[in-house]
Structures are given as structure tokens and as C-alpha cells.
Write a protein that binds this ligand. Structure first.
Ligand SMILES: NC(=O)c1ccc[n+]([C@@H]2O[C@H](COP(=O)([O-])OP(=O)(O)OC[C@H]3O[C@@H](n4cnc5c(N)ncnc54)[C@H](OP(=O)(O)O)[C@@H]3O)[C@@H](O)[C@H]2O)c1
Length: 267
């Protein structure tokens, strides 16, 4: 029997990319799913395309609307009576220089990619504590470990996730609550098309690295393996890639790594 059989999993950002691929893989493995994002029609499409629509409930949610997250959490808990695994995945990337980026854009990225994650976590924690079980899965990024040009807001939000969820893990293991942080490399999704630019407008272009990235389907399988093994932190993506090398360099040779990012990383 699959580890995920009958587990109740709430995934944000399930209308596209990694979240969509996770939905299909989890549904095939027998999980019951609450899938969230802003676009209801896309969530319904994913529900139907999963081949297991009866196992899936859709829950429209805008991560930028902080005051809507409490009601959303109540609705998620009501869908199947509990949540076993929360996959924080919904998010936006950013492509702009610090000097050009409007403060409102810096705040928007933090709101969606960081504050919504910590608020949904706070709201779910009493449920996990009461049941003495629960698993938070956080889709960070290689940009949560390094800094390169044109990604200040995104990297800041992703770095913040590591600080917050490492602290959370140290607090909640006592009641059997787990935290797995995933640091994907380049994955072929709409992430760069949907990225915000200096003014908040959509980039609407596929970056070369993303276009040549790892498949979302294989990424989903790697993420599920990390969850099953209860990993604290896991890189997913191409096994031999510049992104994976970048994480290793930053960890063991930070001065040299930073010099390389200053000179070699594309804008
Ligand atoms: N692809 C990569 O190379 C890569 C690498 C590292 C990390 N990641 C991370 O992986 C996660 C998923 O990204 P992806 O690559 O699958 O990109 P994607 O195809 O653009 O998907 C992003 C998802 O987030 C949802 N979303 C965006 N803003 C939202 C909001 N305000 N409220 C609710 N949902 C929102 C979108 O749904 P709606 O538009 O329907 O709301 C969509 O389902 C993100 O956290 C991203 O930072 C991706």
C-alpha cells in the first residue's frame, strides 16, 4: 500500500506546474486532496484530469489576501475532517533589479511567498498538535540558499522560509509534527512567465533555464519520496545541474561561490 493512501493532503498552487503534478501523483497513490489556488476553472480542470475527481475537493484561495486565510483553513479542515500533510507550494517569482523594483512589489512577493505560508501554518498547528501528527512541506527554491542578480524579493522570501521552518521544526517535533523543505532547481513550469517585474507587471516570457528545466512530473515524484522519508531538506531537479552545484559551493566555499554568482549568473 502506498504511504499516501487515504492521507489527506492540502496543496496550494495546484492549478499549474509543480502543484498540478503533485496533485496527479498523489491522487494516483490514493491520497485525498484539497487543491487551492486563485483560478477555480483551472482547479476544476486539474480535478478532472487527475482521473480521480471524487478524491479531490477544490478550494479557491488568494495567498495575498491575509484576512481570507483563516476561513480558508476552516474550509480545508472541513473538506475531509482533517489535514495530514500541508504542501505550501503556491507562489510567484520575480525578475527585476533592486534599484528599479517598487516597494509594493517587494511586499507582494513577501506576502505571497512567505507571510501566507507562515499564517496558514499558524492556523493549522493546533490541529496537528491535537492529533499529535502532521507534516508541513515547504516548496522553497535554490534561491532560498543563494543570491543572484534580479531575484532580490524572491530570494528574500525563500531564505526567510528556511529560517522560519527550521525554527518551527525545532519546536514541533515533540508532538510528532514534521517539516520538509524542498529546494527545487530549474523546473519546466510557468514560473518565469508568471514572475513579476519591477512594476508588478507579469514577465510573460519563458526563461531559457526554465525552458530547459527538469520535468514537473519527475519533480513531484522526488518530492513525494522526500516526504515519505521525512527529510528535513531536499534538493529536487536534475541530478547534475549548475543549481545543485551552486548550493554545494555556497555551503562549502561561500566566498568563491559568491564571486561566481557576481560574475557568471545570467541576469
Ligand atoms: N519552476 C521552477 O523552476 C521553480 C524552482 C524553484 C522553486 N519553485 C517554486 O515552486 C512553486 C510552484 O511554482 P511553479 O514552478 O509550479 O510555477 P507556476 O506554474 O507559475 O505555478 C504557481 C502556482 O501558484 C499559484 N499562485 C500564484 N499566486 C497565487 C496567489 N496569490 N494565491 C494563490 N495561489 C497563487 C498559481 O495559481 P493561480 O494563478 O491559479 O492562483 C499556480 O498554481 C513556487 O513556490 C515556486 O517558487 C519553482
Amino acid at each position: 500500500m502506498s504511504f499516501f493512501q487515504n492521507k489527506i493532503v492540502w496543496i496550494t498552487g495546484a492549478s499549474s506546474g509543480i502543484g498540478e503534478a503533485l496533485t496527479y501523483e498523489l491522487a494516483q497513490r490514493g491520497a485525498k486532496l484539497i487543491i487551492s489556488s486563485r483560478r477555480e476553472e483551472e482547479l476544476k480542470r486539474v480535478q478532472q484530469q487527475s482521473g480521480k475527481p471524487a478524491q479531490i475537493r477544490t478550494l479557491v484561495l488568494d495567498l495575498e489576501k491575509a484576512d481570507s486565510l483563516e476561513a480558508a483553513t476552516s474550509n480545508a479542515l472541513a473538506a475531509f475532517g482533517q489535514v495530514d500533510i500541508m504542501i505550501h507550494n503556491g507562489g510567484i517569482s520575480q525578475r527585476s533589479k533592486v534599484m528599479d523594483t517598487l516597494p509594493a512589489v517587494q511586499r507582494k512577493v513577501m506576502e505571497v511567498d512567505y507571510f501566507s505560508y507562515i499564517e496558514l501554518t499558524r492556523l493549522l498547528l493546533p490541529h496537528f498538535q491535537e492529533r499529535k501528527t502532521g507534516h508541513f512541506v515547504v516548496i522553497s527554491s535554490v534561491m532560498g540558499k543563494i543570491g543572484t542578480p534580479m531575484r532580490s524579493a524572491y530570494a528574500a522570501a525563500k531564505h526567510a522560509l528556511h529560517g522560519f521552518f527550521d525554527c518551527l521544526r525545532a519546536e514541533v517535533w515533540k508532538f510528532n509534527c514534521k517539516v520538509t523543505i524542498i529546494t527545487p532547481g530549474y523546473i519546466r513550469t510557468n514560473v518565469s512567465r508568471n514572475a513579476v517585474t519591477a512594476t508588478g507587471a507579469k514577465l510573460n516570457e519563458e526563461g531559457k533555464n526554465i525552458g530547459n528545466g527538469y520535468s514537473a512530473e519527475l519533480t513531484a515524484k522526488q518530492i513525494l519520496k522526500a516526504i515519505e522519508k521525512g527529510k528535513f531538506e531536499k534538493y529536487v531537479g536534475k541530478p547534475f545541474s549548475q543549481e545543485r552545484l551552486a548550493i554545494l559551493l555556497m555551503r562549502f566555499f561561500p566566498t568563491q561561490a559568491i564571486k561566481i554568482f557576481m560574475k557568471a549568473m545570467p541576469e
